[in-house]
Unconditional design. Structure first.
Length: 425
């Protein structure tokens, strides 16, 4: 996904202490010029046979269930390797980039997480952030330290590529001048195209775009608008909303007056998405309401109610389990057996983020404890057979996967509808 705050990129002060850092150990039983490295002063060997991989996710607020599911996926992937890569023992530490006061990810907590990892000499990798705006804060910190960062869920285009991004992106996130960040989920230039395809497939002719003004939400709405021009969907409005508003009745009346038959919300559950959808539905009961992966979580779809469920459509990179290769299907079975519940949408991406990082360490061979060698190995990954299917990492740090899922909501649960082949040209 995902997601983020209005750009406050470099060196956000580590104000506010790091909340409840959670550590999990896993027992040993169980390229191009843009595509590489960090400053020479911070790269090099950790000098240790025990390496630390940090995870930073919002463990408080509406995203808690989703984040815990991602953590579980990461732990499963490490356990599948016995907690070791070659001669290196891997220590896993889960950190919280949210605060109780914010009820979601927080800039100060995110900065503190990134600095904790950057300053730990045993750190070899960092899994995070969950929200794109949070990564806009942590990437520069980890980039200067020469630490490989892999996100299981970031989709904001500007984190890795300039096309369709804001001015200065993505270069402003990489003060070393070299790349140290990648992701295992398709970026929002793909999701934007998938959204438009899904809307057109469901009869939309005039769509109104709302966004929560965060890096993820505003950027995704921009990508949807661009894709709409290519695919011939009329956009009658594209505005930001106040995530802290008591209600959105006046917003709904404005959209109703626009003549829109569909509404898209670019944003996350934590930013009052449930209230927004309820107010939109009350004012426009026949309008179809579309959301992105930012709301593909129990905290959103379990609260809509039967009437609203019937007009709600969500794009989400996670597909029906039957559509994954055997390893992916086995992941869903193992997860349910281990944790007694179905995984949230991004759990399989947490598993893969850990998996691809472990492969980078493995491919670095005897230099698996060398930060720069691991970064180089990550950007050289090609045709990786994974739980998600076969993919490569391109020079931007992006996955070559591109399929998106279209989902409906039934009885408080997310139900897979169809595969969307995004038209991104």
């Amino acid at each position: 996904m995902r997601r983020g705050l209005t750009l406050r990129v470099r060196h956000v002060a580590a104000s506010g202490c790091l909340l409840a850092a959670l550590s999990f150990g896993v027992a040993a039983c169980g390229s191009s010029s843009s595509g590489s490295q960090s400053s020479s002063s911070s790269s090099g060997s950790t000098g240790s046979s025990t390496l630390t991989i940090y995870s930073s996710l919002p463990l408080q607020g509406d995203s808690r269930a989703q984040s815990l599911s991602v953590v579980n996926g990461e732990k499963l992937a490490l356990a599948a390797k016995g907690g070791k890569v070659g001669n290196f023992t891997i220590k896993y530490v889960s950190l919280d980039d949210s605060t109780a006061a914010a009820g979601k990810w927080d800039p100060g907590a995110t900065s503190a997480d990134a600095r904790k990892a950057a300053q730990d000499k045993s750190t070899i990798g960092y899994l995070g952030e969950f929200n794109s705006g949070a990564s806009a804060i942590s990437i520069p910190i980890l980039n200067e330290a020469g630490v490989l960062q892999v996100s299981p869920s970031n989709t904001a285009t500007g984190l890795t590529r300039s096309l369709g991004a804001d001015k200065g992106e993505p270069d402003k996130y990489y003060p070393s001048g070299k790349r140290t960040y990648g992701r295992v989920v398709p970026a929002d230039h793909i999701q934007g195209a998938a959204q438009v395809s899904y809307q057109k497939d469901n009869g939309c002719t005039k769509s109104y775009l709302l966004n929560d003004k965060e890096v993820y939400g505003a950027g995704l709405a921009k990508n949807v608008a661009a894709a709409a021009k290519v695919q011939g969907l009329t956009i009658v409005g594209n505005t930001g909303m106040d995530p802290k508003a008591a209600n959105y009745r006046s917003v709904a009346q404005t959209i109703k007056a626009s003549g829109a038959d569909c509404v898209f919300f670019g944003g996350i559950t934590d930013n009052n998405a449930v209230q927004l959808f309820k107010d939109l539905h009350a004012a426009m009961p026949t309008a179809k309401l579309f959301g992105p992966d930012g709301v593909a979580e129990t905290a959103f779809f379990s609260k809509l109610g039967a009437s609203l469920e019937k007009v709600t459509y969500i794009t989400n990179p996670t597909l029906d389990p039957k559509l994954y290769p055997p390893a992916g299907q086995e992941f869903f079975k193992t997860y349910k057996a281990k944790f007694g519940t179905e995984p949230e949408a991004y759990a399989i991406y947490g598993y893969e983020a850990m998996g691809v990082m472990l492969q980078a360490i493995q491919n670095a061979g005897a230099k698996g404890n060398d930060r720069q060698a691991v970064i180089d190995a990550f950007f050289k990954i090609k045709d990786r057979d994974s739980v998600l299917g076969k993919y490569s990492i391109d020079e931007n740090g992006d996955t070559t996967l591109s399929d998106y899922g279209g989902d409906r909501v039934q009885n408080g649960k997310l139900v897979f509808d169809k595969v969307i082949k995004a038209q991104t040209s």
